[in-house]
Each structure stands twice: as C-alpha cells, then as structure tokens.
Design a protein. Structure first.
Length: 243
C-alpha cells in the first residue's frame, strides 16, 4: 500500500481549519482507503490560533500530523517540511479553504499512481468549471499567457492550489526550487517540464472563496508585479541551464 501525504499549508486559518480538516478526513476515509494516507497541517507563520487548533486535532487523531514553518511563504514551507518528511510515495497539497471541489482529489492521486510524475488541478482545460471575479480571472489569464509567451510552457494553469507529486519529482526537482512564495508552483512545474517529467492537468470545479469573515490574503496588484519579476528571473535562469 502506497504512502500518501495530504498537506494543508495554513496561514491564519483559525476560522476554517477544524471544519475543513474534518471534511478532508472524512473524504480520505471514504475515497482513499487503498492508500496509507496521512494529513499534514503546516502552520506557516500564523498569528492567530491556527497552530493551537492543529495541535488539538493531532492529539485527537494520529492520522493528522502537524508542523510549523515560522517564515511566511507557501513555497518555502512546502519545500522544507516535505524534505523533512521523506518517507512517502505520493506528496500532495491543497488549499485549506477547499476552493477546489474535493471530489477531484482521488483522480489527482490516481493519476500519479498510474505513472504521471505530477498531476495538477486546472481551471483552464476542457471540462473545468471556475467561478471567480472578472478581475482575478483576467489577471490569471494574463499570467498564464505570459508564461506561454516568455517561458514556452505547455501547461495551462500553474497556480491552482491542488497538486500531487510522485517521489521521483520530489527527490529530483524539489531541491532545485528557490521561490518561497506563490511562484513556487510555477517554478516546480517548469523545471519538471524542462526535465521531461510527465505532467497531467485534470479539470476541476473551483470557486473563489470569500466572505465577510475571511477575506482573501493576497493583494492581486502586488502579486502581479511580483510574478512579472519572477517570470523575468525564471527566463534568465532557464537560459543559464536552470542552475
């Protein structure tokens, strides 16, 4: 039975953590019983009660493990914590807000199990259904267009927080990633694609999660400038043999 790590990077998620972990746990018990799965909650420099809630969940259930990464940045958190947990066959992560419909997760894992190195949820392949604001959809489309224009990528959606990786890609590609933040996904996929790894995008149902309690933590304008800088740096790095 293959060992599967289901990772939830969390920054100030006290409002949704306990409820959504229960949803993920119940799903895994029902749909992933042919895997030896573990849920990993990573507290990524939260300033609220996220880690206290995670500790309580860990005490209640040994299938839920916890870690802390005290510097902000999802990419750095995933890289460092995954490298410290080397005993798994499949590594995966999803956004704790469950913006991507959880029903697609089993398909994601089974694609990796069937021979793909990386499986990613995509909002831009046939069959996908993404509900988001015009502004964020426009910015995402422009971002992916820039990736194709300047970095010649084949994939259509780098930023959906719903991905799975086989052990080979974790061993060989993960150490080559440098970005600490949101560009990490793109960086990983570009390096894997350039190295000949098999990547598949699966269509997902996705909705923009925002309400009066929990506002988005990402500034679209600030993120856009940062990503343009990242694309430029990645292009230079690829010309240098992605060292």
């Amino acid at each position: 039975m293959k060992k599967l790590l289901i990772t939830l990077p969390c920054f100030n998620e006290e409002q949704v953590l306990e409820k959504n972990i229960k949803t993920i746990f119940d799903y895994a018990q029902k749909e992933l019983n042919d895997y030896d799965w573990t849920i990993l909650v990573i507290d990524n420099a939260s300033s609220d009660k996220t880690f206290e809630i995670a500790k309580k969940l860990n005490q209640q259930n040994p299938k839920i493990i916890i870690a802390q990464y005290l510097h902000k940045g999802r990419g750095a958190a995933l890289k460092n914590i995954w490298q410290a947990n080397s005993g798994y066959d499949i590594y995966s992560y999803m956004d704790i807000d469950l913006a991507t419909d959880l029903r697609h997760f089993s398909d994601l894992i089974r694609k990796v199990d069937s021979g793909y190195n990386i499986a990613v949820g995509s909002r831009y392949v046939p069959g996908a259904n993404a509900q988001r604001s015009f502004k964020r959809k426009f910015m995402s489309k422009v971002y992916n267009l820039l990736l194709k224009l300047f970095l010649k990528v084949d994939f259509k959606d780098a930023q959906c927080g719903f991905k799975a990786f086989d052990k080979k890609s974790i061993i060989n590609i993960l150490p080559k990633t440098f970005d600490s933040g949101w560009f990490w996904d793109t960086e990983f996929m570009i390096l894997a694609e350039r190295s000949g790894y098999k990547i598949i995008e699966i269509p997902v149902a996705w909705r923009e999660v925002r309400d009066e309690i929990r506002e988005s933590k990402v500034s679209p304008l600030a993120e856009a400038f940062k990503q343009l800088k990242n694309i430029r740096m990645m292009r230079a790095r690829l010309k240098d043999g992605f060292k």
